[in-house]
Design a protein around this ligand. Structure first.
Ligand code: FE2
Length: 425
């Protein structure tokens, strides 16, 4: 078989090295050492890591790059962020929403981030952000898979009219049913929102992804409700719990019952380490809780766990650049996952795991997969995370969509080599 392109001498995330990747018509056709040269193009990976693209399973595209509008979040808290977003919403216009999101998608592509699940606020009676994000989804489709979640930021039951607005957003083309049970007025109404939203998803044949128990409350019980309603509605394997920060603070005996229930429901989990570590524990003096959910324990129980970015330069977070290696780096520190195998698990948490949560088809580096990939300035996933390695080449359907230079410094020290790359050996 003649290939359009062969990527030569690639290291793969599974540890294989010296591999060639043959690509034809935007599809990976072969992965093997020394594929024959049949006159097509070739690209030398030079022993660097070739990975499937990064995937962000939890983001807010309608708020991104709005930092400072209409003012900055002075306390840095979740609740001031929600209040600030409420102030900004009446001022939003569609062009600004679309332009900020498109600018972020440019960043994402440059970072090798080619699939994003974004929540979109459905509490605005105009559904302006929904219209804007659907437009963005259509426009970026050639280079980035954008999946949208109907997110009732101000509460599905708490905010009047949202029980009508959320289904309307689904009819307009939003992909996934969202929720925010811990923000409803009472624990009972939170549980009721979970029940109603899972039923709605089952009726519409949709997946579910809820902000769930994003608090430090050890007695919050919405993860339990989400697992139970998942089973009740036959949604096993199609429901994701985002944040689950309350699990950090829960009683250990209770968690010993909860995690098996989550496994029975085949829930997936997205932790958002950059945001959890900054927004949780705000009512603590010392010691301060980290707030991130129990990532290694959930992984050990067989659940699919991803790390999400959640926010970049918005009412909740002033930092970020769409770099999922930055997210993995923070995640492994917060979870104390510094063993070599655990660091590799953290690489999976920003690649294959979120791809599975989004239900992406043709994702991966096996023959038959779409030729979407990243060549990283690193030998392996551990070095990629350590260096937040440069994305030397980003490829979509076999075409280069971004290039970055490798990281190097020219140092002028007597008797020392002149180039520093931060690579070992
Ligand atoms: Fe979020």
């Amino acid at each position: 078989m003649a290939f359009d392109l062969v990527i030569r001498n690639a290291a793969l995330p599974d540890g294989r090295s010296g591999m060639d990747i043959g690509i034809s018509a935007g599809v990976i056709e072969a992965v093997a050492p020394s594929l024959p040269d049949e006159g097509g193009e070739s690209l030398d990976a030079a022993g660097n890591l070739v990975s499937p693209p990064f995937v962000d399973a939890h983001f807010h595209m309608d708020a991104t790059l709005s930092y400072g509008l209409p003012r900055i979040n002075r306390s840095g808290t979740l609740l001031e962020g929600i209040a600030l977003w409420g102030e900004l919403k009446p001022q939003l216009d569609q062009d600004a929403l679309v332009n900020r999101a498109l600018a972020y998608c440019d960043w994402a592509v440059a970072q090798g981030l080619l699939a994003i699940r974004s929540h979109v606020d459905v509490c605005d009676p105009r559904l302006l952000a929904v219209e804007a994000m659907l437009e963005v989804k259509r426009r970026v489709a050639p280079y980035l898979d954008l999946q949208l979640v109907a997110f009732p930021q101000d509460g599905y039951l708490r905010q009047a009219g949202v029980t009508e607005l959320l289904p309307r957003a689904l009819e307009m083309g939003v992909d996934v049913v969202g929720g925010i049970p811990h923000f409803e007025r009472t624990m009972a109404e939170g549980a009721e929102s979970v029940r109603l939203l899972c039923r709605l998803a089952a009726e519409h044949g949709k997946r579910v992804d809820m902000h769930c128990d994003e608090s430090d409350d050890p007695l919050s019980r919405h993860v339990e409700s989400l697992a139970a309603e998942t089973i009740r509605h036959g949604l096993e394997g199609r429901v994701n719990g985002s944040h689950l920060t309350s699990m950090h603070s829960m009683d250990n005996y209770y968690v010993s019952k909860l995690i098996p229930l989550m496994a029975e429901a085949r829930l997936s989990v997205v932790a958002n380490p950059l945001i959890n570590i900054t927004l949780q524990g705000r009512h603590d003096s010392y010691p301060k809780r980290r707030g991130m959910t129990r990532v290694p324990e959930l992984m050990a129980a067989g659940l699919t766990v991803a790390f999400g970015h959640d926010c970049v330069m918005d009412p909740w977070y002033p930092l970020g650049s769409g770099d999922m290696l930055d997210v993995a780096h923070m995640g492994l520190h917060v979870a104390q996952m510094t063993g070599t195998d655990q660091i590799r698990q953290c690489f999976d948490a920003v690649t294959v795991n979120p791809a599975s949560i989004l239900g992406l088809e043709g994702y991966g580096l096996e023959p038959g997969c779409k030729a979407d990939l990243v060549i990283l300035d690193a030998a392996d996933p551990v070095e990629a995370i350590r260096l937040r390695a440069s994305r030397l080449v980003v490829m979509r359907r076999g075409h280069v969509v971004s290039r970055s230079p490798s990281r190097r410094a020219e140092v002028t020290l007597p008797g020392r080599p002149g180039i520093v790359t931060f690579r070992q050996g």
